[in-house]
Design a protein around this ligand. Sequence first.
Ligand code: SAH
Ligand code: AVI
Length: 353
Amino acid sequence: MATARKPTNPTSANGHAANGGTTNGGLATDDAIQIDSHLGGPEHRTLAEDVLDGLTRPFKELPPKHFYDARGAELFDRICELPEYYPTRTERGILDATAAEIATLTGAVELVELGSGTAAKTRVLLDALHRAGTLERYVPVDVTESMVRDCADELTLEYPGLRVHGVIGDFERHLDRVPPADGPRLVVFLGGTIGNFPPGSRRRFLRQIADLLGPRDHLLMGTDLVKDAGVLKDAYDDQQGVTAEFNRNVLHVLNRELDADFDPGDFDHVALFDDRHEWVEMRLRARREHTVTVGALELDVHFDAGEEMRTEISAKFTRPRLESDLDAAGLQLVRWLTDPEDLFALTLSRPSA
Ligand code: SAH
Ligand code: AVI
């Protein structure tokens, strides 16, 4: 693990990271920010293992966490602004309407966020906790280093007195590195990212999240809901082709990180709703028969013309299914918060008594 007591990114968006002396409601930013990195060295983000495992299967597959290099994160931000991609704005609307109630119910002094990204919607919660006078610390956890660092810089300036303890890591492997809580904790997992887990690992992961919670703590989780297949397909296959670029971005990551020679232009973006599993699948379909070499793994991967490789599942939920997943993780529902059209839900839960 590498620990930095102050931000080390001298080119952060607001430029204050390297000045070492900015104050933050009485705290110098040096004291306000701590960043731990668990990636790199032997604890790298498992790309090589995932690629070896996924590309040698009869039905090829890559896990979605590898979309998010700097370009992937930027493309995801653009997806969030697309007219077809309703989850982001809908979840934000629910947060706007309910954040004050969540702040009162949880009395949280710290907010731990899994897959924090740019923390755009998180600010609604931080505002509410700040207004309630309880907010002391924010703990963003994300695989994308620049996101964690930039967000620590920005939030310590925006919220006087706030401490940020960033964790650069893989939430599937590094949840035990989340620092202990100093008071009531709210863990948030927004955006529907829980839907990117297949059902078995989803339940396992929810149990690991539940282990972060003491008796006074809460989990706030965003989940996309089952709805019309056409609306779902459009959300993952937008007119401008941004989602297609996001999907193909994983091939750029493999080329750069593992010395592979994918031509992203050889693959079409595919998005479909699998109504048996109630999830959206993104795939990349080979336009022609060809062989790709992954240099770092000394691996040749053959694609038939039309062969599809799965790059993401995005599960869509119903209330009974969510309640049963939460229950299996030892959590009980406190509030079911949704929008007027029942497109998206936020669930506030706490450890079962
Ligand atoms: N929470 C934000 C971002 C969602 S995008 C929102 O609601 O808009 C998913 C985020 O999870 C990205 O920032 C990505 O880098 C991060 N992520 C994906 N897989 C991860 C993993 N295994 N460990 C840690 N972060 C991960
Ligand atoms: C991050 N995750 C919840 C998004 C989703 O909707 O499954 C990722 C995404 N994939 C395509 N568009 C957005």
